[in-house]
Design a binder for this molecule. Sequence first.
Ligand SMILES: NC(=O)c1ccc[n+]([C@@H]2O[C@H](COP(=O)([O-])OP(=O)(O)OC[C@H]3O[C@@H](n4cnc5c(N)ncnc54)[C@H](O)[C@@H]3O)[C@@H](O)[C@H]2O)c1
Length: 369
Amino acid sequence: MIVGIPKEIKRDEYRVAILPVGVDEFVRAGHHVLIEEGAGLGSGLTDAAYQASGAQIVAKAADVFGRADMIMKVKEPLREEWPLLRRGQTIFTYFHFAADRELTEAVLKSGATAVAYETLRDEQGRLPLLTPMSEVAGRMSIQEGAKYLERPQMGRGILLGGVPGVAPAHITILGGGIVGANAAKVAAGFGADICLLDVNMDRLRYLDDVMPANVDVLFSDRHIIREQLRLADLVIGAVLIPGAKAPRLIERADLKLMKPGSVLIDVAIDQGGCMETSRPTTHSEPTYIIDEVLHYCVTNMPGAVGRTSTYALCNVTLPWALQIAKQGIEAAAQRSKPIARAVNIMAGEVTNEPVAATFGLPYVKRFEV
Ligand SMILES: NC(=O)c1ccc[n+]([C@@H]2O[C@H](COP(=O)([O-])OP(=O)(O)OC[C@H]3O[C@@H](n4cnc5c(N)ncnc54)[C@H](O)[C@@H]3O)[C@@H](O)[C@H]2O)c1
């Protein structure tokens, strides 16, 4: 198979879909790898490193799309890339179709097969190609929170860990899943005072067992949240209800409870956000202030730490990509349910039920899922 990796063209996106070691694995398995010139530079990976592993560097995205049987990407194909997709070609990347009707229609029209990272679900119900990005965003949320609590960034002028004789910052984390647990772990290392809230009792019991002593684990309800807002220097929004918009846990009027200069980081913004005042922002303009509370709502947080994110993503995508390259998408989806669940669109038909339902399109069941 010819495997192609174009350069990502979305604004503020520094990740790339393959590492030199991935090229090595494909070449050893008998495949040919095409990489667009400079595709890895945002993550500090040079063309020379890819070449040394056996990749062929090509000048233009059109050459990659034109020749490859399987394209590996990070973000969904953008409008400029739509005309390059073609029937019989497999595209393995994040798509998030349900959020974008135009993209769905463009991929349907192209006849290409869309294999979406975000719906590849294993037998335990986990989403292994989403987890590493939640780990990155969770850990990064504390790093960003620490930065924006600094006075020159318009924060309260608080050091997360305090110093001997001065209290540390109080951090409230809404949601104790992958993002929340990773945020709590990093914040605990800083020596902050943390409350981690969730509604799932089994999850709360687990977190209570494993979290360090400076993390209190609490049941999340409206009263507790309001109580926390009075105490918090930093609030992290990390809730998720699978397949639904994020629940709205903080209303505009609640901001009045918070201290001036405190910081809200709504990681759940990619699902609409869990705060009424959240609106999507970018790495170039990540924050805004409402009622003296600083908001940070970047929808693609992992993009800023491209190198870490690239390694974390490629570690988990490569085994699946090798399987698809070895068997072809049709046979791979017949033999592997996780891969079958990832096939959202094939040859002009929607093969994922929720995507079809979202847009009122016919659902075609091609594989057992
Ligand atoms: N902005 C970004 O760049 C970025 C990156 C990665 C993930 N995310 C988003 O972060 C969010 C969290 O992701 P995750 O992987 O941690 O999900 P997850 O499913 O692992 O965890 C979500 C947690 O929220 C809890 N929850 C649900 N309702 C709640 C409520 N009312 N109060 C408190 N907790 C509640 C659930 O019980 C669960 O434990 C998602 O929306 C995800 O899309 C954003």
